[in-house]
Design a protein around this ligand. Structure first.
Ligand code: UD1
Ligand code: PEP
Length: 436
């Protein structure tokens, strides 16, 4: 089992100005694979997962489930086998937990299987406050007691189904609540819950394990809990955030590419966001074709008003595609407002794009006005989080000259072998150190 390297520093050296061509397939959805790996703890039987993205966040979560007694083995590059025959609510490594947001996803499954778990605070992208309140609310409603003293100690004699109204449609809190509810005795109704493609994927995985869940894809899910869960095989769905990243990348480099098996059923809000920038993709079955001759002109609102691209919980434009939309807008003709409604620090990285030549006014932590197009110049960059890192990679690929992106291990938390895969299509990215 490859261990997640704690202090590996990775740099990408990117030569700008190269067009891409050909086909690419998105990896499995990171944010689906994480709760599904955690939910594999709900059964003592064998679970087989395919299309698992081989990224840092997954390696860390796999180490965490092993540390509580689960066996996990890679059967192939993206093929993971998990068997949680016996589990112990052991102390989890605080350093590992702090590396990923997904460590909080162990709460629901461990509480269900062991009746208790103590979790050090989770980590994840530093893009604003990362609340845990909704997790606490949902698990308490289902019967858990929670004590916080630096760590979060969850304990439940018995989980019992209930009608639960979440204070906000938090993605990971909905996932924890789902895992606890399938184990709880009786019926749970989760209202105001998240419905992202990854939440849907988790629900389908739980159904494959024998759970009964209604309302998948809506903001009210009903779970008939208490059924014995069994082992199963499940394929993780494609990563719609990676697809959005590839759309932005293709458009700014004037490339013609086809994204195979893109999961087109989940792309409506993403495609609508890019259309506002004058970028149109063609859906061909489950493939997405991005032609090279894009208009790249911001589409004004009725009356010639400046349009907005804003994120919101699903099915609206995804928060994790916002950074990609900003860099893409910098290459489009016209003025557009980007409104990040969910995270209050995600937009701070735009100072790096401004240094490269982008014309962006950061109005406040949530809103940026972008006027394009701008010729970008190669620069020395530092990736603060997964998506800002990807946005910098996109900027570097359309810039004049060479850029260096430090802290690229952040990009690799979420994108599998992205340098290799883009190089195969014509990009010039050198990874330091090279891949083993
Ligand atoms: C491991 C994982 O799956 N991470 C994803 C998950 O994080 P995570 O589950 O941590 O994110 P949440 O859904 O809890 O919330 C994200 C942020 O949005 C805010 N919020 C949420 C709902 C709402 O109606 N209004 C609002 O402002 C929250 O207060 C928080 O600041 O969902 C986020 C939102 O899609 C994504 O960026 C993360 O990639
Ligand atoms: C914010 C993200 O991830 P995480 O929640 O794991 O930090 C992301 O995937 O963009």
């Amino acid at each position: 089992m490859a261990q997640a390297q704690p202090h590996e520093r990775i740099q990408y050296i990117v030569e700008g100005g190269h067009r891409l061509s050909g086909e690419i397939e998105p990896s499995g959805n990171k944010n689906a694979a994480l709760p599904i790996v955690a939910a594999a703890l709900l059964t003592d039987e064998r679970v087989e997962l395919t299309n698992v993205p081989r990224i840092r966040d997954i390696e860390v979560l796999v180490e965490l489930i092993q540390s509580v007694g689960a066996e996990a083995r890679w059967l192939g590059r993206n093929h993971l086998e998990i068997r949680a025959a016996t589990l112990r609510p052991a102390d989890l490594d605080p350093e590992l937990c702090a590396r990923v947001r997904a460590s909080i996803l162990l709460a629901g499954p461990m509480l269900a299987r062991c009746g208790e778990v103590t979790l050090p605070p989770p980590g994840g992208d530093v893009i604003g406050r990362r609340r845990v309140d909704t997790h606490f609310l949902a698990l308490q409603e289902l019967g858990a007691e929670i004590k916080t003293n630096g760590h979060y100690a969850f304990r439940a004699g018995k989980l019992v189904g209930k009608d639960v109204f979440l204070d906000e449609p938090s993605v990971t809190a909905t996932e924890n609540a789902l895992c606890a509810a399938v184990y709880a005795e009786g019926t749970t109704i989760l209202r105001n819950c998240a419905s992202e493609p990854h939440v849907q994927d988790l629900a389908r995985f739980l159904i494959a394990m024998g759970a009964e869940i209604e309302g998948i894809g809506t903001n009210t899910m009903t779970i008939h809990g208490g059924r014995k869960l069994r082992g199963c095989s499940h394929r993780i769905g494609p990563d719609h955030i990676e697809v959005g990243s590839l759309i932005g990348l293709a458009a700014v480099t004037k490339s013609e590419i086809t994204i195979k098996n893109a999961g087109t059923e989940h792309l409506r809000s993403t495609l609508m966001g890019f259309e506002r920038l004058g970028i149109r993709c063609q859906i061909k079955g489950d493939d997405l074709h991005i032609p090279a001759d894009q208009e790249m002109k911001v589409q004004a609102d009725f009356g010639g008003h400046i349009p907005t691209i804003s994120d919101q919980p699903w099915p609206a434009f995804p928060a994790d595609t916002m950074s990609i939309a900003i860099v893409t807008a910098s290459q489009c003709e016209g003025v557009v407002m980007l409104f990040e409604k969910m995270f209050e620090s995600r937009m701070f990285f735009v100072d790096k794009l401004i240094a490269m030549g982008a014309r962006i006014v950061l109005c406040d932590p949530h809103r940026a006005i972008v006027a394009g197009p701008s010729q970008m110049r190669g620069s020395r960059l530092e990736s603060p989080d997964i998506r800002a890192g990807m946005a910098m990679l996109i900027a570097a690929m359309c810039a004049e000259g060479t850029s260096t992106i430090n802290n690229a291990q952040q990009i690799e938390r979420g994108y599998e072998r992205i340098d290799e895969r883009l190089n195969a299509m014509g990009a010039k990215i050198t990874r330091v150190p090279p891949r083993a």
